[in-house]
Structure formats: structure tokens, C-alpha cells
Design a protein around this ligand. Sequence first.
Ligand SMILES: Cc1cc2nc3c(=O)[nH]c(=O)nc-3n(C[C@H](O)[C@H](O)[C@H](O)COP(=O)(O)OP(=O)(O)OC[C@H]3O[C@@H](n4cnc5c(N)ncnc54)[C@H](O)[C@@H]3O)c2cc1C
Length: 456
Amino acid sequence: MKYDVIIIGAGPGGIFSAYELIQRKPELKVAVFEAGHALEKRHCPIDGEKIKSCIGCKSCSIMSGFGGAGAFSDGKYNITNDFGGTLYEYIGKRQALDLMRYVDQINMRYGGEGTKLYSTAGTKFKKECIQHDLHLLDASVRHLGTDINYIVLENLYADLRDKVEFFFDTPVESVKMTDGGYEVICKDQTYVCEKCIISVGRSGSKWMERVCKELRIPTKSNRVDIGVRVELPAEVFSHLTDELYESKIVYRTQKYGDRVRTFCMNPKGAVVNENTNGIITVNGHSYEDPAKQTENTNFALLVAKHFSEPFKDSNGYGESIARLSNMLGGGVIVQRFGDLIRGRRSTPNRIEEAFITPTLKATPGDLSLVLPKRILDGIIEMIYALDKVAPGTANDDTLLYGVEVKFYNMEVEVTDKLESCYKGLYIIGDGSGITHSLSHASASGVYVARNIAESR
Ligand SMILES: Cc1cc2nc3c(=O)[nH]c(=O)nc-3n(C[C@H](O)[C@H](O)[C@H](O)COP(=O)(O)OP(=O)(O)OC[C@H]3O[C@@H](n4cnc5c(N)ncnc54)[C@H](O)[C@@H]3O)c2cc1C
């Protein structure tokens, strides 16, 4: 069981590492170990009828398996250095963009052709936003949609399966150094490789922390993003989403000077549960196929929380807030904006009577009992600011789901080759803390694969 390269994790980072290695050095013996299921076996049991909310499966099909956390995502590949990670700090801005474009070309070849590439270049909304102290970030975004994203993954797997050895439902327990390589230890067997790429994503954050401790790889961690998912009638944002698809808008609050930003906008999409290490938070996605679209648009409003000494556990802070919402609501809480600003909880009746149908079955409640005042004040201020460029955002019936938390993996110390302090041990994708998106994670995979191929 000896390999030239072992990749841990079959998310976008792992898949694109494998893809590029095989392109450059087809003679290499490469294996991919994945804790979750093969793509066709990934099914979230929530059907909205028999099973209405998360039942905490041993392996969460939303977060794990071939395709990683991205498999049922909206498939928005943002080609930008402005958000989605800080890969450019390691490999340079131009190279980062080139790699993201390269990933886009591959996605087009494997089933994405015909999908639309949106861009903020030359848009009139930039001016309109700035007139209201809202700042629209620059990006091109390829929207594959959940359906086409799945097809691309199917095609990539069909191509890779004969060239790379895949081990599904095989979580790696630990990684050990040997003379001239690494031992990858699973429950029943140990595998040996010369080079190892770790790409375990957000769901592997705790595992990654442990491995870094065991191998004494330096890390730092001080950020978590906390907020809500907003859902409103698609018409409210249609002038922005029709042209840009996703608009990343940043606002600095007048009250505290905090930055609040829109994140992961899903026109005509659906709000979904997300399970991270047993904690239920909220997320969203949308389909390219009009038949599967809804009448609502959703996006997150997030506030970044940075901590200074002596506190180090930023994810623990985010988890505690999410746990509070799980404790009060048994999962995700939903509240009408009108109820929130009147200081009253939403009830099933008030949600029922609203002029919008929620796309996620969540518990009507009171988000002010969950979110810290400073964060909630920032979100409310931003909703009023957005109302100026998208009137209707601050309507009473706008739905807020909480909580949405973006956990950032602790940042692992790596070189400009994304190599840890040990030669041949690479740490990439969201698991490295450097990327937080499909495009950046995929690009980091291509980058290390090229470095490995060149070094041989
Ligand atoms: C619902 C949802 C929607 C999203 N929408 C978008 C979007 O539209 N655009 C965007 O840019 N980003 C989106 N994201 C984020 C995006 O999916 C991630 O940034 C991206 O998948 C990161 O890729 P990765 O390869 O680093 O990690 P992941 O995709 O998280 O893959 C890591 C893989 O490693 C496996 N693993 C973990 N630990 C181990 C172990 N010990 N042994 C073996 N395997 C292990 C996991 O099972 C997982 O499959 C979304 C995320 C979610 C959950």
C-alpha cells in the first residue's frame, strides 16, 4: 500500500490536486482518502415531510464525500482576490487569478459549458451602492448551480476513477512522518506515501487541529463570522442579481464602525441547514434549472469577529452562539424583520400570515435572545442601508434565519509552496485556513499538484 502521493479529502482542493497530478505525471501512483461517501451515495435524509430537520448522520452528506462541502452547493465559482480566501498572499495575485480561470476552464469542459459568467466590471450598481456608503466588491462569478455542479463532479469522477485510487468512507485517523515520507493511518490499515496533501475542509477542522498539535505544526486562529441568512421575495434584489448574480456588498456601521457584508447570494434559491460538528447552522443554495427555482432570494449578512489575546478559540465562540440557537429552537430559528425590530418573537402564526413562504422549515423565535447586541445592531443597520439600493429589504416580512456562522479553520503555517514545515506535507483548501471558497480551494489544489509534478 505504497503511493507516490496520498491526498486526504475529496473536496474541490483534493479533486483538483488529483486532476492536475494525473495531467502532469500520469505515471504517479495517487490515492485519495475520503471520510464521506462516493457522490452517488450522498443523500441528506431531510425530505421536509418525514424528516424535517437534521438528525445528525454519522457522516453528513452535505459536508462530506466526493465533492466535499461543495457538492450540493450553489456552485458559485468567484474569480477574485477580493474575497474567498487569501491564497494570493502565498502565490501572488496574478497566479491566483490564473489558477481560478484554469479551474473554470476545466469545469466548462466537464459539463459546465453554457453556464453564465457574471461580472461587476462596468456595472452602474457600484456607483449606486457607494452613494449609500455601501461598497460593492469586484468579481467575476461563474454560477454553475447545484444541478450542473453535480454533473461536473460526476464527470470529473468518471474521468479520475481509473487513474487514481479512491477510498470512500475511509476517514484518516492520523498522519505520521517516516524516513522519506509519511504514514497515513486509517482504522484498519496504514498506507505509505512519499508526499501527502491534506485537504480536509471545514468538516475536518478539529481533525486538522489535532494533527497540527501532534506534528507540532504552528497555527493561528482568531476569526469567526457570525450573522443571519436573509430571505426575501426575489423581485427585491432582481435588478442586482439579474446583472451580477451575486453582489458582495460591504457596509461599515455608523454605530460601532463594524463591517457587515453580504455573503453567498442565491437568487431564486433555498435556505438549508448546515451541520458542522453536530451544530446546526444555516446556509443557502440555488439551482440553474428554472424548474427547481423558488420565488425567494437568500443571502447571508455576516459580521467578522476578531479576537485578541488571551482569547484564542474564535470557533468555540461561534459554536456557543450557534448552540444557543439550537437550544432555543431545536435547530435554526426564523424571525420576521418586523418582529425583530418590535422586540417580539415570531410565532408560527406570524410566519404563516407573512407575504413570503419560507423555503426552510425552521422554528419561529427571537434572534435577539441568541445574537450578541453589537452583531444584531450591525445587521439591522445594514438591512436599512440595503433598503436604499434594494427597496423592500427592510420590509416587515423579510425573514431572518439564525444563526449563520462561518467557521474559519485555524490558519496553518505553510510556505509559499503551501508546504508545511515538513518537506512533502502540503496543507491546502479550507482546511489550511487560507481558502474559504470553491475557486480558491480548487486553485490551491492545482498549485500544489504542479509543484509536486515539477519537483519529480
Ligand atoms: C451549503 C454550502 C454552500 C456553499 N456554497 C458555496 C458557493 O456557492 N461558492 C463557494 O465558493 N463556496 C461555497 N461553499 C463553500 C465551499 O463548499 C468550500 O469552500 C469548499 O468546498 C472547500 O473545499 P475543500 O476541498 O477545501 O474542503 P471540503 O469541500 O470541505 O472537502 C474536504 C473533504 O475532506 C473530507 N475529510 C475531512 N476530514 C477527513 C479525514 N480525517 N479523512 C478523510 N477525509 C476527510 C471531508 O469529508 C470532505 O469531503 C458552500 C458550502 C456549503 C456547506
